[in-house]
Each structure stands twice: as C-alpha cells, then as structure tokens.
Design a protein around this ligand. Structure first.
Ligand SMILES: Cc1cc2nc3c(=O)[nH]c(=O)nc-3n(C[C@H](O)[C@H](O)[C@H](O)COP(=O)(O)OP(=O)(O)OC[C@H]3O[C@@H](n4cnc5c(N)ncnc54)[C@H](O)[C@@H]3O)c2cc1C
Length: 379
C-alpha cells in the first residue's frame, strides 16, 4: 500500500506493478492527485549534483523522461534545454568543478565547464562583469510534473493497481510482526507493507506508526512573467549562484524562482505579493532586461518543499517497524528523482536490494547514527 498519490507515489505504483506486483493500492486524501507539491513544482530536472546517489538517480530518471512517451504512451513534456550554473567567486567555481568531476565519474557525459564568454553566448542578456564561469549540462532541462504523474498513474492502473482518492490515512496499526493495517474514514485496510510517499506531510504519516521522520515543510514561491520576448525561449534553466535567483522559459514568458533564506518551516502555502519585489530585485541585478518584464501578482504561487537535515531523501525500510517504507524528504528534487525513486522502492520492497544506487546511506537509520550526507544544496 502506498500513502500519497503525487508523482512519487505514482512512480512507485508503476514500478511495483511493472515488476509483477498485482496487489498495489494507492491511498490519496485529496479528490485529485497532484494537489500536493507535484502540481506546484517548477519541473526542473538535472544531473548536475554533488553526490553520487543524486547523480545516479538523475541519470536513470532523465533517460526515463526522454523515453517516457514511447514507454508510457503519455507525454512527460521533457525539454532538454539544459541547466546553466553561473559562478561569481572562486569558491563557487571550485565547487562546480569538483561537482563536474564527480558527475563524469558517475557516468554523466553531457556536462561541461563553461567560460564566461560561452555563458554570454547562451544568455546574451546576462550582466557578466563579475561572472567567472560556470557549468552546463545539455540533457538537463524541464518536464511537466502533472503529466508525468498522470502517465505513471495510468500505466499503474493498466497493470492492476488501484487508486483510491478522497481517502486520507488517519492511523496505522502495528502488531508484533510490524505494520498490520491502515485506517481511513472509509474503513480499515489490512496490509503488511506501507510506503510513506506523503511528501511534505510524510512526518505526520510516519508518526502514525510511532516513527520520528525528520521531514519539514518549507514554503517556496514561483513568479511567472507575462509574455516576454527579450530572453530567448530556448534559454536553459539559468542559475545565478551569487543570489540563488534562477529562471526558465515557460509558455510565452519566464518562470522565476528564488529561495528566500528568511523562510521558516511550516505549512503556509499562501503566495506573498511582497515576494515579487524581492525576486525582481535579484533578477534585474543579473538580467537588467527583466526591468521590462511585467508580472501579474495574482499569477504567482507557493508550494512546499519537503526538507531533510541533509537535503537528501529518506528511501527504504524503517528497521524498527517491519513493513514500513519511506520515500520522502526530496528537499525540492522529488519530480526529477521520481522515476529512480519508483525503481529503487520497488527493488527494495520486492528484492530487499537495488542495483541503481547504494541505498544504505539514504536510509532512515542515518539520522540516529549521525551519518548525514554532505552536500551543499544549491536550489
Ligand atoms: C515551488 C516549488 C518548486 C519545485 N521545483 C522543483 C523542480 O524544479 N524540480 C524537482 O524535481 N522538484 C521540484 N519541487 C519539489 C517537488 O515538487 C517535490 O519534491 C515532489 O512533488 C514530491 O512529490 P511527492 O509525490 O513526494 O509529494 P506530493 O506531490 O506532495 O504528494 C504527496 C501526496 O500525499 C498526500 N497525502 C498527504 N497526507 C496523506 C494522508 N494522510 N493520507 C493520504 N494521502 C496523503 C497529499 O495529498 C499529496 O497528494 C518543487 C516544489 C515546489 C513547492
């Protein structure tokens, strides 16, 4: 049984049923899937990470997105426009170079270190006087998260899964063998296997089984511009590392993002109009042409990241509660890592092991053992 029918729960349902598992049930509390973080996402997908597990998960996922339509009969909306990181100090440049080495070692072939001149070539509107260089990966880009989630769900249904919407899990019962049943307002369901794919709400679900899961919700806001032609719609996801401001083309305009360091954990998902000035200040300082972009304040939106202390997800079984699995805490990367997560969870549930990554460092036990993963989060 999978709790949560967002992109992660849907991918797990697809991968489980693809591996021959026929008794897969997804419980989703909302009337429609995608009302959690999946429907709020920016849809960015990248393999430019600094840890082997993240890079490997991206390699699996991005090739999955590329072949999605052929495989699933449903579009992923994958657009390989790249991710461009721009560094403005030697520390950032060293960080990008070190990451690049790790990416190459993990098998990524499409990333490269780029000069300031190449950056200006890619995004001529950039103010480049303090840019030292950067990295670019041509197979990074964006997907349509809602469409990916729908594709996973449709194929999982074809392969025998059942999805129950408007069915919140309200309690989890355990006995001497571990997980025994989950309770919902529609009744109780007996099960020996539960996957917690409840995103920003996964700590609440874990608590129902007496598990303390360190996943905190954190509001993130996105601001689309009105139609805007002064930056090419073929531009990559472009990240100014000096401020964290980033944007990508979306529709006829741009979609702008910036992670406000003042944001505090909580379930607030209201869009704060004062954020528009904050983001535009950062955006205009790097791309002066954005001064001319129009923003309709009513079109901005907010959603929740699901943060863990080391910005890596928690994947796999919880040893103290047999039958309880976690696939949560993606810290803003759950869309791009959803295909790999589905594969890893299906492997761990059905075989107890996976070849895709070394999943042990991402296990729940790392928090109690003080073995957090080291990564400097960029986005
Ligand atoms: C503004 C923003 C931008 C983002 N940009 C990116 C990006 O560019 N790239 C990227 O990879 N990721 C991005 N993310 C992160 C990404 O959206 C999430 O990591 C991803 O959607 C997590 O998917 P999920 O299925 O785990 O969670 P969700 O989509 O939140 O799904 C969890 C589901 O669980 C359900 N649920 C909760 N509690 C219960 C219960 N008790 N019983 C039954 N159901 C329950 C919820 O209703 C929800 O549908 C972004 C997020 C935000 C907010």
């Amino acid at each position: 049984m999978i709790i949560g029918g967002g992109i992660v729960g849907s991918s797990i349902a697809y991968h489980l049923t693809s591996a021959g598992c026929r008794n897969v049930l997804v419980l989703e509390r909302e009337a429609h899937q995608g009302k959690g973080s999946t429907g709020k996402s920016m849809g960015g997908v990248r393999a430019q990470f600094s840890t082997e597990s993240s890079i490997r998960m991206s390699l699996y996922s991005i090739s999955f997105f590329r072949d999605f339509e052929e495989r699933m009969g449903h579009p992923s909306g994958y657009r390989a426009q790249g991710y461009l990181f721009m560094a403005t100090n030697p520390r950032q440049m060293d960080y990008l170079r070190a990451n690049y080495e790790r990416q190459v070692a993990a098998g990524l072939k499409t990333a490269r270190v780029v000069s300031t001149a190449e950056i200006v070539d890619m995004v001529p509107q950039v103010r480049a006087d303090d840019i030292l260089g950067g990295t670019f990966c041509s197979t990074d880009g964006f997907v349509d998260p809602y469409s990916v989630m729908t594709g996973f769900t449709l194929r999982a249904l074809d392969q025998g899964a059942v999805v129950m919407r408007e069915t919140p899990v309200t309690a989890i019962e355990c006995d001497a063998q571990g997980v025994a049943a989950v309770a919902t307002p529609r009744g109780k369901v007996a099960t020996r296997t539960v996957v917690n794919a409840a995103g920003a709400w996964s700590a609440q679900v874990a608590k129902m089984a007496g598990i303390d899961l360190p996943v905190e919700p954190l509001r993130r806001m996105l601001v689309p511009t009105e139609p805007f032609e002064k930056i090419s719609h073929a531009a990559p996801m472009t990240i100014d590392m000096s401020t964290g401001f980033h944007f990508r083309p979306e529709g006829l305009g741009l979609l702008m993002a910036w992670n406000d360091p003042a944001e505090r954990p909580g379930f607030n998902t209201s869009f704060d109009r004062a954020f528009i000035e904050k983001i535009l200040t950062r955006g205009v300082s790097r791309f002066p042409v954005l001064e001319e972009a129009e923003v309709n304040p009513s079109r901005g939106w907010a959603g929740l990241y699901e943060m863990t202390p080391d910005h890596h997800p928690v994947l796999g079984a919880v040893p103290d509660v047999p039958g309880f699995y976690v696939a949560a805490g993606f810290s803003g990367h759950g869309v791009m890592h959803s295909p790999a997560t589905g594969k890893i969870l299906a492997d761990l549930i059905l075989r107890g092991t996976t070849d895709l990554i070394d999943a042990r460092p991402l296990g729940y036990s790392r928090f109690a053992e003080g073995k957090l993963i080291e990564e400097t989060a960029l986005l």
